[in-house]
Ligand binder design. Sequence first.
Ligand code: PRX
Length: 653
Amino acid sequence: MSKTIDSTLQEDRTFNPAIEFTKNARINAEKLAELRQAAAQDHEGFWGNLAKSELSWHKPFSKLCDSSNAPHYTWFEDGEINVSYNCIDRHLETHGNKTAIIFEGEPGDVKKLTYQQLYTETCQFANALKAQGIQKGDRVVIYMPMIPEAVIAMQACARIGAIHSVVFGGFSAESLKDRIEDAGAKMLITADGGNRGGKIVELKKATDKALAEGCPSINSVIVYQRTAHPITMQPGRDIWWHDAIEGQATDCTPAWVSSEHPLFLLYTSGSTGKPKGVQHSSGGYLLNAAVTMQWVFDIHESDIFFCTADVGWITGHTYVTYGPLANAATIVMYEGGPVFPDAGRFWKLCQDHQITIFYTAPTAIRALMKTGDDFPNSYDLSSIRLLGTVGEPINPEAWMWYHRTIGKEKCPIVDTWWQTETGAHMLSPIPGAMATKPGSCTLALPGIDAEIVDTSGDPITAPNKGGSLVIKKPWPSMIRTIWGDDARYQKTYWGEFDNRYYVAGDNARRDKDGYFWIMGRTDDVLNVSGHRLGTMEIESALVANPKVAEAAVVGRPDELKGEAIFAYVVLKGQRPEGGIDETLTLELRNWVAEQIGPIAKPDDMRFADNLPKTRSGKIMRRLLRTIAKGEEITSDTSTLENESILDQLQGKA
Ligand code: PRX
């Protein structure tokens, strides 16, 4: 059996950064070479020097990386720091009147907060949290729309050393409940609702449902009034945000915590079991968040930075809340949907707020590309100087459209590869220092030691041979553990190659220039519109329906979403004729939306009497993937226990 994977994608175009861009870039080719050399000479010292120069410490650290409990690495552990102090207080003297947040609601309402105002609001809310009994180390779940108060709530938690766990507002009551219970959260911060796609997202209703079904650890719920539509407040448990901050002091001394103190948990899907609470640190996390803003986004004093991600995802943590604010940058936050009221919304935001750096996901780019050039062409996009993408591989066609139609062929594109677990960018162009290629996330950043290895864990040196993407040396913003499950952490990320490397779970290859090309996940995790979903989670949701006996879920390539969800379902009752039943399909799709969230709804569903299994009872997912793609089955199926089932699964019977 071959130990590597063959690649079929050929892309030879290369784009050098415009001279104009390079001239003003924070990092040019020489500076990049210096950084790489410094990191190569002394990996830990390189990060240690940056931690000293880029972050403000209450007590300086003497330790760099501690490997004594590997693979649980620590960084700067004896240093004391506060993340909120680093994002707000230290800028007040020089940037107090600078705009920190430009917020635009979906209905068009605009609100701006200076750093001074952000300080005041964060302190008041931090005091409100304390008044509600929240202490250092307590977990607080944040389930909010994309409004400044989401950032304020995160900053307030960081300020008092509480550990936040933001749950994406698109997740259902059931998913919210699971996350609250796993984290043992004491408090939930939510809103009466948020605006999305012209509708109200009923966050408080979902909250009530989640709490009615469990979550005994929750003592109080703070509710921000965003939409003012009717909701119910439970006396003794629920308190309005405006009442909670009433009379609270506008200063709040930051809690100085160890650099290793958990800043947040963020739940992400895995291939098995429940979503895992990825635990991040304070100092190490903030360091990579801060420096990647400088290296990758080339952040300058005058930039207006717009990352379209929701704070419920890691991208919204690192590149809405922490990275930009650590650099005293101005961010744009937008509450609503990308095509509301039409597909020109992002471009209108860019024009109206003079956005200079725009960062979004390939799925959004593909969807907007499909609506044609008239939308972007009817807005003035001349303020944009740099573009970015994240979340999934970008196909060269979408890259070229982004480059031409949005970037007007003058803006570099940074295709940033990273993960919830890595905390910050890992593989990415440095825009003023190197050439880009459509579809490649180019090279590892300085201080990040990435490699592609074969199934034995040996480095693959031949160009264009695919293998498993691994990181060889620890880095400051790496995941510390899975909340409450060290064993799962060790097994998932380190188990495959005997603790030698951090295993990303992605396949990748390098071309003749050493550029990385991500080829997709190695495990049963789907990447739907740039969001990770475990097939197992969707299967469990389906099986939880009283009509369903068994289910198997696989991905199939989708032009817009990257991957679409294909579900094979075995019913407890009769199989519908021809394996298709639209009413039941609709019912089960809505069921999954209720169990997990609308993003997890299967796109296709086929009913069969059984699933293709080996004699030992293992489902042959490879076959299901082939069928989902509409391809002919050419591999050997004689090991199948029930070969005749294939006709049903293929929709032929
Ligand atoms: O498969 C890779 C893909 O998204 C996964 C990480 O998902 P998540 O933790 O939800 O974080 C997404 C935002 C950082 C990766 O394992 N991925 C992320 N960025 C890229 C990518 N695939 C290709 N190119 C990228 N730039």
